[in-house]
Ligand binder design. Structure first.
Ligand SMILES: [Zn+2]
Length: 347
């Protein structure tokens, strides 16, 4: 007759050593043990059956325990949020040190940071817009000849007036929306002070200074008694902060339909300060034409429901590539969109 205690110890040892412990439950010795139950004397059969059953339960518990231990050893805890299969081979991750922020994006953050510190809110533009925001709200009525200066890309889809949608040729498309959004500031005796940096598009012949896709940032400031002196001081402060040195600005009269009076701002050359006839950045002139600006035209304020007799404001639009090219003496605007690694790795 089988010694139940010996068999139990033997089976438990086998479970503890096995990598597939459930097999022990199918051991022939166990089957033989079950077969012995009906052969017992009727008086002992019940007690014998109980001991066999206890053995079976002990082995089953040991098997479950062993299986838990084995699964802990071979499988890492599953992170259900991981963007890859945890049970697959380790993914080859790119080291963070191999990439860098594109120089334009980095400079845009710097520009936003300076203007935010000067009290401007930052708003996003959009990359498809309608002609109402591109022209009408900016005092370019239909048929206005200055519309031709903003030749850009169009879609086959049309807006509610049946005009093609456009890829904005300047960030000024956001002026009307921004004035409407922040109009309540004026009632609280606070100015509207917003900057809109984003991507713009032109149908251009490409060369070292012209790209079909580039970036601008629009600035707007509206309140009571705002004048040209504040416009020039604001831009000078911004430019000095951006280039990290004292600079002079010069205004030339210009024409934009959406500002009156309008100016072009030239900046004293941050590199030669007018002292180098061979300076490549300013071509030896000492001044660099930089951006367009002016006092917001009364019709633009009216289009947003702002009374031009009560409030005045200024606005500017500045090409970001131009600022960055001057800062780092980059000679060709096409480098930015070229994806050339030997250019990008310099930043
Ligand atoms: Zn210079």
């Amino acid at each position: 007759m089988t010694d139940i205690d010996n068999l139990k110890n033997d089976l438990l040892e086998r479970v503890a050593a096995s990598t597939s412990p459930a097999e022990v439950l199918r051991a022939p010795e166990l089957k033989a043990l079950y077969a012995e139950i009906p052969k017992q004397e009727p008086a002992e059969r019940r007690a014998y059956g109980q001991r066999v059953n206890e053995l079976k339960l002990a082995v089953e518990a040991a098997v479950a325990d062993r299986e838990n231990k084995l699964s802990e050893k071979t499988l890492p805890p599953i992170d259900v949020t991981a963007p890859f299969d945890m049970n697959a081979a380790q993914p080859a991750l790119l080291p963070a040190g191999k990439g860098s922020t594109h120089p334009l994006m980095r400079e845009m953050h710097t520009i936003e940071d300076i203007l935010y510190r000067m009290g401007f809110m930052v708003e996003d533009s959009r990359e498809i817009d309608d002609q109402y925001h591109m022209f009408e709200t900016l005092n370019f009525p239909k048929g206005h000849p200055a519309r031709d200066d903003y030749d850009t890309f169009m879609t086959v889809e049309t807006d509610k007036d049946g005009e093609p949608l456009i890829a904005p040729a300047h960030t000024s498309t956001m002026q009307n929306r921004t004035l409407l959004k922040y109009k309540n500031n004026l009632e609280k005796d606070e100015p509207i002070a917003v900057v809109v940096p984003d991507r713009v598009f032109r149908n251009e012949d490409l060369d070292a200074r012209h790209e079909h896709t580039f970036h601008q940032f629009e600035g707007m400031y509206v309140g009571k008694n705002i004048n040209v002196g504040m416009l020039i001081a604001t831009l000078q402060t911004f430019l000095q902060e951006y280039y990290g040195k004292e600079l002079q600005v010069r205004t030339n009269p210009f024409y934009f339909p959406f500002t009156e009076p309008s100016f072009e701002i030239a900046l004293s050359c941050p590199f030669c300060e007018g002292n180098n006839k061979d300076c490549k950045v300013c071509s030896g002139e000492g001044w660099i034409e930089l951006l367009g600006c002016g006092m917001i035209h009364p019709n633009v304020l009216k289009a947003a429901g702002i009374d031009p007799n009560e409030y005045t404001g200024f606005a500017w639009g500045c090409g970001i590539e131009r600022l960055v090219m001057m800062k780092y003496q980059i000679e060709d605007i096409r480098h930015f969109e070229s994806a050339k690694l030997d250019f990008l790795r310099q930043f």
